[in-house]
Design a protein around this ligand. Structure first.
Ligand SMILES: *[C@@H]1O[C@H](CO)[C@@H](O)[C@H](O)[C@H]1NC(C)=O
Length: 469
């Protein structure tokens, strides 16, 4: 097989892997958002038909926000599951839990027992956090170095695509009016995911560090790199990465390793860089969920506002695919840094145009354009790279811990910004976006521009060496 065909084969295999994790993830993130009225009716009927608005708000908040609680817990399970049991078993167990949780959520709707919906979402979110981190590890550890960037984009690409699908599925025209079918629709996919994952081997790098038999390591390298892979060469590269740090993960307690993230200078640098990158991603959900609201405020009619939200999602997905095909040609710095600046600029422009609209109404259309510009620059170069850069900057022994540290800090920032953005918006108007997003992003970007090494085409041990200097 030619090397291009080989790359294509691997991309297809890992696309399905990414889909197995991100389809249920995107579904859970979106399926509540469109059929809001139907869920309200479901709650009312389930609670005896005399639900008050206050009681509704309480249940609805619980159903929605339990997701973030579970996800936060799942982030910390990463070193325990994906290091102790391995990436493969971590993902497999997590997906069995996601299947179980999907059944619970379907039963909740079918039998009118809303508490099952909360339990189901709690289990799903915890397991999703584990599976998602395992997916990023797979995308980083299994491919040959020259397509590691493109392959790592698959996570963001599948997530974007299935968010659109999940949002559309919830409309009245599709399954929005039939909650049992809506919640059942994800079950076949969850079953497929478990079966598919069963046939995917463990990542070769994890097999090597956990001291697996040589034949298993070679089988995994051949599966992911193709039958023509130069086994001694790839094993040697990975062994350099492993011996760079002087211990093995299977015997060191995580809590001691966690301190190293602060104490050891190259790990600290990787931590700061990754947290700074993720800082640039925080505005996305605010704009996707609340754009309709912000646009209606500047006198855009409600049809166009709703349409703009959908357009943002579609543009985001398309530009993520384009970004993925450039990342291994241009490199990470050349994509991440300019596009993050453009992304921050687009928020500033949105603020400017909404302020100008107060003087002259036609500026509102520029504000819509600024949002589309935001989604495209985010898709092309901000989102995907920011989510995998922590794994790329970190030696294998610390990788899961690094992910847990960065993703948990990011989750806290997202929760805080989601809580304060609307009150802040009512208080000082669109200037709040500058304070909450643009200014912090600028500080992070200065740091990234100064310190981020180029990682394109480099082995992890070479990247870590650059961080040490
Ligand atoms: C619940 O249903 C009852 C009866 O149909 C209705 O009077 C009440 O307003 C509903 N509660 C909410 C919060 O919609």
């Amino acid at each position: 097989m030619s090397s291009a065909a080989q790359s294509l084969r691997l991309i297809v295999i890992l696309f399905f892997l990414a889909m197995a994790v991100n389809w249920p993830y995107a579904f859970s993130s979106t399926y509540l958002n469109t059929p809001v009225d139907q869920f309200k009716e479901f709650l009312n009927e389930s609670l005896g038909g005399d639900m008050t608005e206050g009681k509704y708000d309480l249940w609805w908040d619980l159903i929605q926000n339990i997701w973030f609680v579970g996800f936060f817990i799942g982030i910390f399970l990463n070193p325990l599951v994906n290091d102790r049991l391995g990436r493969r078993y971590g993902m497999l167990i997590a997906n069995v839990c996601i299947l179980f949780a999907a059944v619970l959520q379907w039963l909740a709707v079918f039998l009118h027992v809303p508490v099952l919906l909360i339990i189901g979402r709690a289990i799903a979110s915890t397991a999703t956090a584990v599976a998602f981190q395992s997916l990023v590890l797979y995308l980083q550890e299994s491919p040959p170095t020259h397509i590691r960037g493109t392959v790592s984009f698959l996570s963001e690409i599948t997530f974007a695509i299935f968010c659109i699908e999940g949002t559309m599925l919830g409309t009245d025209e599709l399954l929005g009016n039939n909650l049992p079918w809506l919640t059942a629709s994800i079950l076949p996919l969850c079953i497929f995911a478990v079966i598919y994952l069963y046939f995917i081997p463990e990542t070769p790098k994890f097999l090597l560090i956990s001291g697996a038999e040589r034949s298993a390591v070679e089988h995994s390298f051949r599966f992911f790199h193709g039958p023509g892979v130069n086994i001694p060469a790839v094993i040697k590269e990975t062994e350099i990465e492993i011996t760079q740090e002087s211990f093995s993960i299977t015997c060191s307690p995580s809590i001691l390793l966690a301190l190293d993230l602060i104490r050891v200078s190259h790990l600290r640098k990787a931590l700061f860089l990754s947290v700074c990158c993720l800082q640039n991603c925080i505005a996305l959900w605010t704009f996707i969920y609340n754009s309709t609201h912000f646009l209606e405020d500047i006198n855009i009619d409600s049809g166009i506002s709703k349409w703009s939200a959908t357009a943002m999602m579609i543009v985001y997905a398309i530009f993520t695919i384009i970004g993925g095909s450039f990342v291994d040609r241009w490199g990470r710095r050349k994509i991440l840094i300019p596009f993050s600046y453009l992304n921050a600029l687009s928020i500033a422009l949105f603020t400017l145009f909404t302020q100008l609209q107060k003087a002259q109404d036609f500026w509102k259309y520029f504000a819509v354009a600024a949002l589309i510009f935001y989604a495209s620059s985010y898709g092309f170069g901000v989102g995907a790279i920011s989510w995998f850069i922590s794994s790329e900057l970190t030696p294998i022994q610390y990788r899961t811990l690094m992910q847990s540290a960065c993703y948990s800090i990011n989750t806290i920032s997202v929760v805080i910004s989601t809580f304060v953005v609307l009150p802040f918006y009512y208080w000082i108007g669109s200037y709040c976006f500058l304070i909450l997003y643009t200014i912090p992003s600028m500080f992070c970007l200065f740091y990234i521009t100064r310190n981020l090494p180029e990682t394109k085409g480099k082995e992890i041990h070479e990247i870590v060496n650059e961080l040490k200097n």
